[in-house]
Design a protein around this ligand. Structure first.
Ligand SMILES: Cc1cc2nc3c(=O)[nH]c(=O)nc-3n(C[C@H](O)[C@H](O)[C@H](O)COP(=O)(O)OP(=O)(O)OC[C@H]3O[C@@H](n4cnc5c(N)ncnc54)[C@H](O)[C@@H]3O)c2cc1C
Length: 415
């Protein structure tokens, strides 16, 4: 007979691991299994992002993103302090490079004030004091923004979950989910599993896992690849901290920016192009099922019609290094094509409604004895501990748990 775990979490990215950690903290006696299809943690979005601990400036007041990012900024660094993981609260500048962008900068300033974030207005000279190679008419400085290695956090989380008695099953794909009287039966590539409560943190595949379990996410994941270049080591001095443009308010992505990573390298990007595969990290990567689902989806068709120009620009910038460099030169005019080399890409799992709206906020969908994380784009890495805590407080608790006491629980196992 298959052992039924109190909680089964699908997905070993930072959201799944932070959720397993929070469930283990809240219910120390619970049996917990995390299932991940890859052979290690953080192989998709979490291990391929910009590594930024966001401040929360961009997000709509009252949104989950605004609340969880602000709190997550603190909880990520608290976890790093507790486990001796490196991070750097290096601060960031958002810069207006043209007078027309001043209004956007002012709107961001007002939002930062509304969120209670420490923010400082900068004139052109003050921008240059912080980032001597940036050409700007004005800027904002946010001291709470930092950098970290999210994959390192995931490895530490995995160790803590194991040490507390949880189980991690790698190289195991969930291929089917069936509700039964005790919770859920799962089919996986490594045999069956069973859960009292199911938590779906499957990132790029979260909508599919939700549907398998009978939930309706009322949206579909559309994958947007973000490509990066990296500054050659001898040109890293051009970037001291983090340099962002004023984002286009009609677009959910932040615009190509310069990011100093925790290992000292400097990344430039990411752009945002439709990926022809949900895990399509190269321009040529193609998965017919994934692409067909995106193209046939009415939401995508509506979005594409509305954003023909921006979409074409992004595609062009993906294909043409010269176009990418021109975007970077708006921030740092002296960057040349010779200064940058391609770096690894990431794919964002962005939920899109059938009406063609990009789901802006985090989307948590409840099911019977289940919770599905159906939209967790940036800043979900920053917010991960808060998402995890929220889920742990929100999911139903198996009846036997409150009364149960399990003395001498066994050490966890890597299955
Ligand atoms: C280019 C880029 C830059 C970003 N920059 C930042 C940033 O600087 N700061 C920030 O806060 N956020 C950033 N983000 C967003 C952040 O990385 C994501 O929000 C976060 O990593 C989402 O974590 P996750 O655990 O939900 O997803 P993932 O990390 O994608 O994990 C989901 C996991 O589920 C597994 N899985 C899927 N289906 C199954 C299945 N059927 N069975 C078993 N396992 C399955 C996958 O293998 C995967 O490991 C960025 C994202 C991208 C793509």
């Amino acid at each position: 007979m298959v052992t039924r775990h109190d909680f089964v979490i699908v997905g070993g990215g930072i959201v799944g691991l932070a959720t397993a950690y929070a469930l283990g903290t809240r219910h120390p006696d619970a049996t917990l299994l995390l299932i991940e299809k890859e052979d290690d943690v953080a192989q998709h979005q979490t291990g391929r992002n910009s590594g930024v601990i966001h401040s929360g400036i961009y997000y709509a007041p009252g949104s989950l993103k605004a609340r969880m990012c602000r709190a997550g900024n603190a909880s990520i660094t608290a976890f790093c302090d507790e486990y001796g993981l490196p991070y750097d609260r290096c601060g960031k500048v958002i810069v207006a490079t043209r007078p027309e962008e001043r209004a956007g900068l002012e709107r961001l300033h007002a939002r930062a004030v509304e969120h209670g974030l420490p923010v400082r207005r900068l004139d052109a000279g003050e921008v240059r004091e912080i980032e001597p190679h940036v050409q700007a008419v004005a800027g904002l400085h946010l001291s709470m923004t930092g950098i970290v290695d999210y994959a390192a956090i995931c490895r530490t989380l995995a160790g803590v979950i194991l040490a507390r008695g949880g189980q991690l099953r790698f190289g195991t794909e969930v291929t089917g989910v069936r509700q039964d009287t005790g919770g859920y039966q799962l089919e996986t590539s490594a045999g069956p599993a069973a859960a009292h409560v199911l938590v779906n943190c499957a990132g790029l595949h979260s909508d599919r896992v939700a549907r398998m379990a009978g939930a309706d996410p009322q949206s579909q994941i559309v994958p947007f690849r973000g490509e990066y270049y990296e500054l050659r080591p001898e040109r890293r001095h051009l970037v001291k901290h983090l340099i962002y443009p004023v984002p286009n308010p009609d677009f959910p992505f932040l615009g190509v920016h310069f990011t100093r990573m925790i290992d000292g390298s400097v990344h430039a990007g990411p752009n945002a192009v439709l990926a022809f595969a949900r895990e399509g990290y190269h321009k040529t990567a193609l998965n017919l099922r994934d692409l067909g689902e995106s193209l046939r989806y009415p939401g995508f068709q509506k979005l594409a019609r509305k954003n023909v120009r921006e979409g074409a620009m992004e595609m062009w910038r993906s294909l043409s290094k010269a176009a990418f460099v021109r975007s970077l030169q708006t921030l740092i005019p002296e960057v040349t094509a010779d200064d940058i080399v391609p770096s690894k890409a990431g794919v964002r799992a962005q939920a899109l409604t059938p009406g063609g709206q990009l789901v802006d906020d985090f989307l948590l969908v409840d099911g019977p004895s289940a919770l599905h994380v159906c939209n967790a784009p940036s800043p979900a890495a920053t917010s991960s501990f808060e998402i995890g805590r929220t889920i742990a407080a929100r999911v139903p608790v198996p009846a036997h748990l409150s009364a149960a006491h399990h003395p001498g629980r066994k050490q966890g196992a890597l299955l």
